[in-house]
Every structure is written in C-alpha cells, then in structure tokens.
Design a binder for this molecule. Structure first.
Ligand code: NAD
Length: 370
C-alpha cells in the first residue's frame, strides 16, 4: 500500500461489491440490491454512506459480529389495504427497504397512497435511495429509520435518539428529483467517521460532551458516542436560540414512526450491545408512496415542482454566494463529475477492500493501489 489516495473505476467497484456480498452468503439478486444502494451513495458524493461503510457496517456485521443475516427472509406480516407491516428477520436492511418501498408503490397504484412499516431490520444506508425509488415510479416518496442512539434532546446531553433521517422525494421535470436526504442531527455518525478517516476536526456545533461543551476531535467523539459520554446536536443546534427543538422534534417523529406502529425497540434499546455482546439492532423503518396521478396529471406536477425549485435557485443571492442550490442537485452534479473520474479511495478504505478480497480469496482482483 502506498499511503496515497487511489482511484477505482465504478464498474470494477460495483462488481467487487457484488462478489463480496455473494461471497459472504447474500443471494445474487439481493447482493445486487445491496451493491446498488451502497454505490449509489458513492456516485452521488455521499461519502459518509458508501464504500466506507461496506466493511464495518455490512461485511463485519454478517461475518464477524453475526448480528445480521446474509439471507433476507422478507415476510409480509400484516397486510391491510393501503398499509402493510413487513418483518425483515434481521436480514440485509437495504433489501428489506427496497422491497418495502416496492410494496408501498404497488399499494399506491391501487389506493393512491401506500405505507409500509419494516420491523426487525438492519442498517438501510442512504434513505434517499428509497425516496428516489418512488420518484422513479412517478410518486412522492417519504422514508425514515431509527438508528443507534446519538442525538441529545434539547437541554439534554445524553445520546438518546438516532440520527433518524426524515427524507422526502418529489419527481420534477429537472434532470434530478428533489430529495432532502439528511439526518435530523446537524452531522451524522458517517460524516464523523469520514472526518476521522481524513484526519479533520469537526465543527463546534456538531457534538457536545456531558458538560454541554463542544468536542471537535472525531476519534474521541466516535469513542464517546459508544460510551454514551457525547451526543450529537439536533438540526438547529444546542439549546433554543437557534431552534434546536425543531430538529429534536423531527428526530422524535422518526423514532415514533419507526417503532410505535410495531412496538419495536427505541432510543437506548438500539445500542446493539447487551451485556458487552453485540446483538441485532431490530431497527424499524417507514416508507410512504403517494401516487401523484391519483391527484393530478403527473407531467403538470413535475413542471410545477420544477418551477418552484427554479424560482428558489433564481432568487437574489447573499453577497459573495456563487449560487443557490435545491435538494438533490449537488448529488446529481457529483455523479456528473465522478462518472468520468471514478472514485477516489483513501488508504484506510483501500486496506478494507484488500482485506475483504483476501479473506474471501477473490484473487481475480488486483487494485490500483497495489
Ligand atoms: N440509515 C441511517 O441510519 C442514516 C442515518 C442518518 C443519515 N443517513 C444518511 O446519511 C446521508 C447523509 O446525511 P447528512 O445528514 O450528512 O446529509 P447532509 O447534511 O450532507 O445533507 C445532504 C442533503 O442536503 C442537500 N443540500 C446540501 N447543500 C445544500 C444547499 N446549499 N441547498 C440545498 N440543499 C442542499 C443535499 O442535496 C442533500 O439532500 C443521507 O443519505 C442520509 O439518508 C442514514
């Protein structure tokens, strides 16, 4: 290993991911779904949730920690007109999520709206993937998931709520759909892991310790989050001056929707550790698809949505600001740039890919850093 960043071609990375997933026992069709969710993050510039999560979040959890199953038993546990509850039986979260949104879309074709709750699931990656799935079907998509405790409630210092993304997708007449694909904390764990890999300090508003003071060293923060001695601030920040209670409220909405409809685990029950042993997370997710055509003409809707976004981008800018963006646009630009260049991997990720390759004996791969 050279210690330098190296670039990998997306097609090579994609096939490698499929081979690793199948190599650890994920059926091929499911391996393609897991790969597509992960690599979509990398293609869209969401570096906190792409290949950087491959080994620690999926490979290790299946192979080493044994807290999730490579084979996903997707069971429709309750089916009631426009709504359903599915049980993922601790399988692959991305497969459970993709199939859940497929089911919500199918119901929305019949009923105008479909909602699916997934129970006993595992980490599903970028929430935006599933909102975009609905957009591709000409629908509005909404999804969220609970996660390991990270966010402190307003005026609290204890990590109680997950980083709980609350994500909408709207189809538009633009080359990209609108999707506000983000956590309900200012920063989420993946971004802190990314800053740690890159040796960068965090912004002071992101994390607080037990005294309510900022911590900016990412490695200390990651450890303190595990120990429960640090917490992420909700969107809006600590206290009430910048309305942190709004992010806190939205994070709570996600926690409620992800667990109360099946009385699943919540808050500190989602640590993933019991008596010092790693245990399955039993996460909950929700998926809503709203069939635009049940309300109005789809093309007229897309133009209307696009008009709103264009008006926002064309509004008067702050002095010195180069441009105004709308949600989903930066990710579209990231892909335009990356599809030509490939994906840059830092030495930490290079090592992780090489390790998985060697452990699975995938000797057909020689990486650019070798
Ligand atoms: N599965 C989980 O448990 C979990 C938990 C938290 C977050 N996530 C995922 O992590 C990823 C990153 O989340 P994040 O909170 O770091 O996101 P982020 O803070 O980087 O925000 C990204 C979003 O903000 C939009 N955006 C960025 N700059 C903008 C601007 N100037 N104007 C308008 N829109 C702008 C982007 O288009 C995108 O939708 C997401 O894909 C999210 O779904 C997953």
């Amino acid at each position: 290993m050279t210690g330098q960043a190296a670039v990998i071609d997306f097609a090579v990375l994609e096939q490698f991911m499929i081979d690793v997933f199948t190599g650890i026992g994920v059926p091929e069709e499911d391996a393609r779904i897991c790969t597509d969710v992960l690599i979509t993050a990398d293609k869209r510039g969401i570096d906190s949730h792409g290949v950087g999560r491959f080994k620690p979040f999926y490979y290790d959890r299946v192979v080493k920690d044994k807290v999730q199953n490579a084979v996903t038993n997707f069971e429709i546990a309750r089916d009631n007109m426009a709504v359903a509850v599915v049980d993922g039986h601790d399988g692959m979260g991305m497969v459970i999520a993709k199939k859940s949104m497929d089911l919500a879309i199918k119901k929305a074709r019949t009923y105008g709206i479909g909602m699916v709750i997934a129970r006993n699931s595992t980490h599903y990656g970028i929430a935006g993937y599933y909102a975009l799935q609905a957009c591709d079907a000409g629908m509005i998509g909404l999804t969220g998931t609970n996660a390991r405790p990270a966010i402190a409630p307003t005026w609290g210092v204890e990590n109680m709520l997950g980083t709980n993304p609350l994500v909408f997708g709207f189809p538009t007449d633009e080359p990209f759909h609108f999707t506000n694909d983000y956590a309900t904390s200012i920063a989420q764990r993946g971004k802190i892991e990314l800053y740690n890999r890159e040796g960068k300090e965090l912004f002071p508003a992101w994390v607080i310790n037990q005294d309510g003071e900022s911590i900016i060293d990412p490695s200390k923060v990651l450890q303190a989050l595990i120990e429960g001695t640090a917490a992420l601030n909700p969107i809006g920040g600590p206290g009430e001056d910048n309305a942190g209670y709004k992010g806190y409220g939205y994070a709570t909405v996600v926690e409620l929707l992800s667990s109360a409809l099946w009385q699943g685990p919540y808050l500190k029950m989602l640590l993933g550790v019991e008596d010092g042993q790693k245990v399955p997370f039993h996460l909950g997710h929700f998926f809503i698809a709203i069939n635009v055509s049940a309300f109005t003409n789809l093309e007229a809707f897309k133009k209307h949505a696009g008009d709103i976004l264009r008006a926002l981008r064309n509004s008067k800018r702050m002095p010195g600001a180069e441009r105004i963006w709308t949600c989903g646009e930066k990710e579209y630009h990231a892909w335009l740039e990356r599809k030509e260049k490939g994906l840059e991997l830092n030495p930490v990720l290079q090592q992780q890919l090489s390790t998985m390759r060697d452990e699975l004996g995938l000797s057909q791969y020689t990486f650019p850093w070798e």
